[in-house]
Ligand binder design. Structure first.
Ligand code: AMP
Length: 283
């Protein structure tokens, strides 16, 4: 496995791979790798001959006051995980590689970035779409792999790629969960064991939503009220949002039809946690 810290060095590695006829897969991450990231690497290995994992805690997607400084950066452990997972190259640039000067050029996806996390993290998605554009330009992957765990991010990236005719495919992989249902996340490291147990209620609330839709409930306020009850069983929880939206447009809906995305964001102790499910409602 190669480790590249500069744009020039990752480009040289990729040129060699491409010249020998290999197709390139990219798994963009912020490091602190876990089984969720490994599932993306495995998906990439199935579809691609040469797998690149980028590890970059992107400053432009953190809103002032968020956890940029204390975000975990266990670099050696991450390299070990990548090596064992069969990654061909890790791209781990320093912030000055990615942003050598004040950044004054941005990629901005409208509308889809406004609801859900967009309301609470102003500028977050602009940072995500800008860094992904930079990574796509640097690595030039045939396929990039993202997690359903960050559903809004995946939808926004897919739309950006379509709207800007970027020559790559976006693959979205299922959310990997702990045994108790908690979506695996680098930010779970901020939780105590008790808080991790409590946080299982996030997935319980999503399952409740699924059950209610399957049982034919159409009124979204009714479902959200039930979900809210389950979440409020967590001591010290702060609910940021519980939204049921159209899975394509991300617009709020009052009445369930077709494919819906139910998304939750909460704060438990020091961690902001998000999770979601996609549900296809019967006609
Ligand atoms: P992050 O390092 O948190 O920016 O995540 C990098 C990629 O891994 C993103 O595409 C995430 O959606 C994905 N990811 C994070 N957690 C999970 C998970 N539990 N299951 C599947 N994908 C995940």
């Amino acid at each position: 496995m190669e480790v590249a810290e500069t744009i020039q060095s990752i480009r040289s590695l990729i040129k060699v791979a491409r010249d020998s006829g290999k197709n390139i897969g990219l798994v963009p991450t912020m490091g602190a790798l876990h089984i969720g990231h490994i599932s993306l690497i495995e998906a990439a290995r199935k579809k691609c001959d040469y797998v690149v994992v980028s590890i970059f805690v992107n400053p432009t997607q953190f809103v002032p006051g968020e956890d940029f400084d204390k975000y975990p950066r266990p670099f050696e452990a991450d390299l070990d995980i990548c090596q064992k997972a069969g990654v061909d190259a890790v791209f781990a640039p320093a912030p000055e590689q990615m942003y050598p000067a004040e950044n004054i050029t941005w990629v901005n996806v409208e509308k889809l970035t406004e609801p859900l996390c967009g309301q609470f993290r102003p500028g977050h998605f602009r940072g995500v779409t800008t860094v992904c554009t930079k990574l796509f330009n640097i690595v030039a992957p045939d396929i990039a792999f993202f997690g359903q765990k960050d559903a809004q991010q995946a939808i926004v990236i897919r739309r950006m790629v379509a709207d800007l005719n970027m020559p790559l495919e976006i693959v979205i992989c299922p959310t990997v969960r702990e045994q108790n249902g908690l979506a695996v996340s680098s930010r779970n490291k901020y939780l105590t064991e008790q808080q991790k147990k409590d946080a299982a209620n996030i997935y319980k609330s999503l399952q409740k939503c699924h059950q209610m839709i399957d049982a034919g409930v159409k009124n979204t306020s009714e479902i959200i009220a039930e979900m809210s009850k389950i979440l409020q069983q967590i001591p010290s929880i702060e609910i940021e949002y519980i939204n049921i939206v159209d899975a394509e447009t991300l617009r709020n809906i009052d009445h369930i039809v077709g494919r819906v995305l139910t998304a939750v964001a909460v704060r438990i102790g020091p961690a902001r946690l998000i999770d979601n499910i996609l549900v296809d409602a019967a006609e």
